[in-house]
Write a protein that binds this ligand. Structure first.
Ligand code: MEV
Length: 424
């Protein structure tokens, strides 16, 4: 039986046997998939209960020579299937390859009332060592772990304002809290010991730009893994490139193609307990600054009979800190990924984005998106029609046999299923 055909308990048992998951984690997922009451109360306010989303793994991921089962949290059924589908085609071309990954966070001390930028800059540079010491004293543990303030630079912002940009190495964390702690300490020292006259600190806060928290990955797909019964691989490759290039010229299409990339990115970001708003803010900033409209690019290489994909994406994430420590399922996700380094985690998240993108583009230029989507949406339709318990699987199966399943059809079929059950 294929992995996706197994029952949930058989799938978990297989992962335990393969050493991808401890028996404790498998038991947790089976028996206690919710947060303990005291954890829930501690990590939110005015709690009413828990909002549960499906937790799944996408398979076939080969990234920098290593195989991964990639954990995903998403309400959209087709996302996990698309990730596995895209990853399998890419694995046939040697898998995803990391080109570059950077993991530094910027914090800003925002300054106003500046009349002479050059002399302020000189005063700051003259005290650079002192500022470094202030930053280290504000967060000694990050310095002990080999991180901390790496660089500082003043940049003019017009109308008497400037930003003192602090580049911070947060090691394995995303580092929001430690960056803010360092920025506030530096701001205090600036105000007390460097600023003069009307010069003032307005605020000190990390930047969510993600300019140096970027992963760049590549993937190749052999033509034979793109072909369908009706179309050759070369034709499908050419159509995927044309669709990607269309998006480069058309913002309406680019936003939809980018949403396909985000399907994968957000699902793994959530599964690993990372901050979805931070990732969204950084990607929004990246799209505003970069010259092209799409996150991913696809190029045809007819000489090698291969399609080449590349994704560069801002990913402000960590593998420790934040909610990761409080969310047991986030820790299970990292366990499934073999406790990766933070830069490896970034490559994995980016790979999920490119896999989803490839699967979407290939569907669009071949069968169209609805065939696969509707098959996976059938279960949602069955639940919407009122199916309960075992009725869900029966009705889903019957809906999948319909040419155009809709809610009315689902309700009619459910009435028949219930009448038949009464008779038997
Ligand atoms: C649907 O969730 C994502 C797609 O719309 C992406 C795309 O159009 O490229 C299929």
């Amino acid at each position: 039986m294929k992995f996706y055909e197994l029952s949930r308990s058989a799938r978990l048992a297989q992962l335990v046997t393969q050493g991808c998951l401890t028996a404790t984690s498998a038991t947790y997922l089976t028996e206690k998939p919710a947060l303990a009451d005291e954890v829930l109360t501690a990590i939110t306010e005015n709690d009413l209960g828990q909002f549960v989303l499906p937790y799944a793994v996408a398979d076939h991921f080969l990234i920098d020579g290593q195989r991964y089962l990639v954990p995903m949290v998403t309400e959209e059924p087709s996302v996990v299937a698309a990730a596995s589908n895209g990853a399998q085609r890419i694995a046939a071309g040697g898998g995803f390859k990391t080109v570059t990954v950077s993991h530094q966070l910027k914090a800003q001390v925002l300054l106003t009332g500046i009349t002479d930028f050059a002399t302020l800059n000189q005063r700051i540079q003259a005290q650079a060592q002192q500022l470094q010491a202030v930053a280290a004293a504000a967060h000694p543990s990050i310095v002990r772990r080999g991180g901390g303030l790496r660089e500082l630079a003043l940049s003019e912002k017009g109308q008497g304002t400037a930003s003192l940009d602090l580049w911070i190495d947060p090691q394995a964390a995303f580092g929001a809290n430690l960056a803010n702690t360092i920025a506030e300490a530096v701001a205090g020292f600036l105000q007390s010991s460097i600023l003069q006259g009307d010069e003032q600190v307005l605020a000190a806060i990390l930047s969510n730009s993600g300019a140096r928290m970027i992963a760049q990955i590549q993937a190749q797909v052999p033509y034979e893994r793109l072909a369908t019964a009706q179309l050759t691989g070369a034709t499908v490759a050419a159509k995927i490139v044309a669709l990607n290039q269309f998006a480069q010229r058309d913002a309406d299409r680019a936003s939809t193609e980018n949403k396909g990339v985000l399907n994968g990115i957000f699902a793994v970001t959530l599964a690993t307990g990372n901050d979805l708003r931070a990732v969204s803010a950084a990607i929004t900033d990246q799209l505003q600054r970069q010259s092209q409209l799409t996150l991913a690019t696809w190029q045809d290489h007819p000489a090698d009979e291969r399609l080449l994909g590349e994704l560069t994406i801002a990913l402000p994430v960590g593998r420790v800190g934040g909610a990761i420590n409080s969310l047991p399922a986030a820790k299970i996700s990292l366990e499934l990924l073999g406790e990766p380094q933070v830069t490896t985690l970034m490559s994995i998240i980016a790979s999920a984005g490119l896999a989803n993108n490839l699967a979407a583009l290939r569907s669009l230029v071949t069968s169209g998106i609805q065939a696969g989507h509707m098959r996976l949406q059938a279960a949602n339709l069955a639940i919407q029609a009122g199916a309960q318990g075992a009725e869900i699987a029966t009705l889903t199966q019957q809906l999948n046999a319909q040419a155009k399943p809709d809610l009315a059809r689902a309700q009619a079929l459910l009435t028949i299923i219930r009448a038949q059950k009464k008779e038997s």
